[in-house]
Design a protein around this ligand. Sequence first.
Ligand SMILES: Cc1cc2nc3c(=O)[nH]c(=O)nc-3n(C[C@H](O)[C@H](O)[C@H](O)COP(=O)(O)OP(=O)(O)OC[C@H]3O[C@@H](n4cnc5c(N)ncnc54)[C@H](O)[C@@H]3O)c2cc1C
Length: 480
Amino acid sequence: MHLAILWFRRDFRLADNAALQAALRHAETVIPVYIHETGTGEPWPPGAASRWWLHHSLAALDQCLRQKLSRLVIRRGDVLEALQALIRETGAVQVHWNRLYEPHIATADMKIMSTLHAQGLVAESHAGTLLHEPAQLKTVMGQPYRVFTPFWKAFQRTVTVTQPLPVPEALKPPGKWPASLGLGELYLLPKLGWAKQFADFWQPGEAGAHRQLRRFLKRALADYPQGRNFPGRTQVSYLSPHLHFGEVSPRQVWHAVCGYAAGESHLENGAGAYLRELGWREFAHHVLVHFPHTTTQPLYEKYRHFPWREHYQSLLKAWQQGRTGYPIVDAGMRELWASGWMHNRVRMLAASLLVKNLRVPWQEGSRWFWDTLVDADLANNTMGWQWSAGCGADAAPYFRVFNPVLQSRRFDPDGDYIRRWLPELRRVPEKYLHAPWEMSAAEQSQAGCIIGKDYPQPVIEFSASRREAIAAHKQLNAFR
Ligand SMILES: Cc1cc2nc3c(=O)[nH]c(=O)nc-3n(C[C@H](O)[C@H](O)[C@H](O)COP(=O)(O)OP(=O)(O)OC[C@H]3O[C@@H](n4cnc5c(N)ncnc54)[C@H](O)[C@@H]3O)c2cc1C
């Protein structure tokens, strides 16, 4: 009996799973495996919030597999050694997996593949994480893209997004299951109770991903182009962690959006705007693959000379704790802490305040997001931070320093978002909500919010710090 190992990594779904379909094509029996890498060489081990998600996503995957009479075998340690042990134990002759594009993972995969080939096994990787192969598109000069719009035009011109693959009817179990660790033995859940409340916000797993996708199409797609900018509204898809962990594929999302909007002229703009965001995800991976150093270093060399603030620990801490004194930023940082996610508009504002006004190195912000976001994704996070710092692909120009008060008035006009995440400001009148330090002493007493006691004074003065940021950026013109 031909037996294949299906190695799950971040593709925790049964639908549209190319590796699963390939394994089924070639073997009668498939053994689904997850190997938790524990070596010290892993440069980007999942952060605490991602580990929470991973735990629940693996549990959900196991449940789905059990409905098909299969199950998830869990191992820990060096991936190649774990795969080889499984091959010895089961007699498997094939290993299939879906490709990931983080450069360190791609390098490790090549080694695994060549070792298994050398042992005479079939070892195949398949496409399923992205809509295209990130090395596929090149400029007319044969170079990788660094600007989104031409990348997106080329993508739309040349990439055909094929239909998703079906869920298999059934998975034939092996005569004897290899031993598996219990999920609890991976110790993924954070020791502190901090992440417990994530469950109020999320349902990890394939079913949760599809529930979220349906909700988005029905309630939010039509107004997505405008609504997506307002953090107080639920007008985005919240699919980022589901996409990151592969509980739904971008191809499934793409076709669900196109299918739902087909023939509905009022949905045309929403669908176009949404697919473009999926395009940013593709672009982020394109940039990461071509410029792997950008996870820790700026894309453009001259930004290595940027004069970051030297002693910034207390400012960084205030930012992390949502105590900068700028309500829209603090609301975002508290949303992040409570739910493991932050609205995109607020991510941009929080990042801008950190790197431009506080002049804290963007890598500090990127690391904090890596640890606290349930959707922490090396490509998207790196791009988001380099964009904010002005040093990456298609970056915000250096003179664009978001004014958190004006942005807050514009995108949270009723203060719903701020009031939701900053209970100490709930009674502050609307006209002061975006800049509460402007209240008189009497108004502070009346609102039950004394600035400097119940809620901090701004940690930095906006206009002066903006001028300093622009001056610091101008200095860089001396460097090439
Ligand atoms: C500083 C900073 C850090 C970020 N870190 C991450 C991260 O670690 N992981 C992550 O998935 N996104 C990151 N983003 C991008 C973006 O904020 C999130 O993808 C988005 O907020 C997720 O919510 P959503 O699924 O409701 O998005 P929607 O608006 O519904 O968008 C749909 C999908 O498109 C993709 N997408 C949307 N915007 C972007 C973008 N700017 N770049 C790349 N892909 C995008 C995501 O996969 C998202 O799920 C970051 C942005 C910034 C400014």
